[in-house]
Design a protein around this ligand. Structure first.
Ligand SMILES: O=C(O)CCC(=O)C(=O)O
Ligand SMILES: [Fe+2]
Length: 348
């Protein structure tokens, strides 16, 4: 999937740094490409890829001192010099979306604008991308070609690009579980947030494991138990304490076993003047969707049908990204704009 490109190396050397992730300036960057990507997505350099494979930086600590709570907290998983570079790399290189959707509340259709940028890559357990041509999708059991337009009529699945797949592999080894989806949130400031929810959709199967990374600005991660049914007469029910984990760049929380079924989590807004929470934050979650409905759900709520946004380093903010045109030729790298279904070679 990697392809040679023409722009310069992303990382520039900083002589003050003791440890640096800078690679040889002569190293030609490579790109992950796919019919569904709005633009090629740059790969991590071989040296950073190798560093990711050697993580976690510290062993995880269990947090399981409350009923049905099962967390492993890696503080950090990615050391800070590497987390800083990875944050800047992913913010620049990934396509993002600001998804809008409608929900029915008290019988009234309400328009929701997701209060953060999102993006997603992956494919559920029933299907696979063909190793030789990831634009082709195979049935996971029979390894035969499936018609993507029929199997996934609303959104064409996108393979996890190399820059996130390297972290997925390292996370799988540390967590001892498999992931087929990678969701990324970008919180542009303390005004972006995610409200209390649990990732307990049926398409994840029972007791799903979810690995959740923080890069960039610090934010509080709150957890509270779901409302418990009232205890039988005369008995006292368990008392649950709310948790507040001040997540720093490079930290990872693995949520597992009964956690999603019983606990809610959120990243509340931090819109005050405090500089503690200032600046952008990236969250990456790795998950495992078991059925096709999971693929459709993830693309619907994290990609949608709106415009693509890309980080603008001059403006220091996300800007709507437009495909290159005659008037605006765009970058020199080859873009792959039209999502189209390719039929495999019948003889092959
Ligand atoms: O940003 C975070 O740390 C949490 C994100 C999250 O809960 C989600 O995407 O489901
Ligand atoms: Fe979540």
């Amino acid at each position: 999937m990697a392809q040679k490109g023409t722009i310069h190396s992303f990382f520039t050397p900083d002589p003050k740094k003791q440890r640096t992730t800078t690679t040889n300036q002569d190293e030609t960057p490579t790109y992950s490409t796919h019919n569904t990507y709005p633009f090629p997505i740059r790969d991590l350099s071989p040296s950073i890829t190798k560093e990711l494979a050697s993580l976690p930086a510290r062993p995880g600590k269990p947090i399981n001192d409350q009923p049905e709570l099962d967390l492993v907290y890696f503080e950090p998983f990615i050391p800070s010099y590497l987390a800083k570079d990875l944050f800047r790399f992913l913010r620049s290189e990934l396509p993002f979306y600001r998804v809008e959707y409608t929900v029915k509340r008290f019988g009234v259709e309400t328009q929701i604008r997701t209060p953060r940028y999102t993006t997603v890559f992956g494919l559920d357990h029933t299907s696979l991308f063909d190793d030789d041509d990831p634009n082709i999708i195979l049935d996971a059991k029979t390894r035969t070609w499936i018609n993507t337009a029929e199997a996934y009529p609303r959104y064409s699945p996108r393979p996890i690009p190399q820059c996130l797949d390297a972290l997925r592999k390292s996370t799988e080894a540390a967590a001892g579980c498999r992931f087929n989806f990678c969701l990324v949130n970008y919180y542009a400031s303390g005004s972006d947030s995610i409200s209390f929810h649990s990732d307990d959709e049926r398409f994840l199967g029972p007791e799903p494991a979810i690995a959740s990374f923080s890069l960039g600005a610090a934010r509080d991660f709150l957890m509270k138990h779901k409302p418990a049914p009232p205890p039988p007469d005369g008995q006292t029910g368990p008392v649950f304490k709310q948790l507040k984990l001040p997540l720093a760049s490079g930290d990872m929380i693995l949520m597992k076993d009964k956690t999603q079924a019983n606990w809610l989590h959120s990243i509340p807004k931090r819109a005050g003047k405090s500089t503690r929470y200032a600046g952008g934050r990236i969250n990456i979650t790795f998950r495992r969707a078991m059925v096709k409905g999971g693929t459709d759900n993830y693309y619907n709520y994290n990609v949608g049908n709106g415009p693509v946004f890309r980080w603008d380093d001059t403006a220091q903010e996300m800007k709507e990204w437009k495909p290159p045109s005659k008037d605006n030729p765009g970058p020199t790298v080859n873009t792959n704009l039209k999502p189209e279904q390719k039929e495999p070679d019948k003889t092959g």
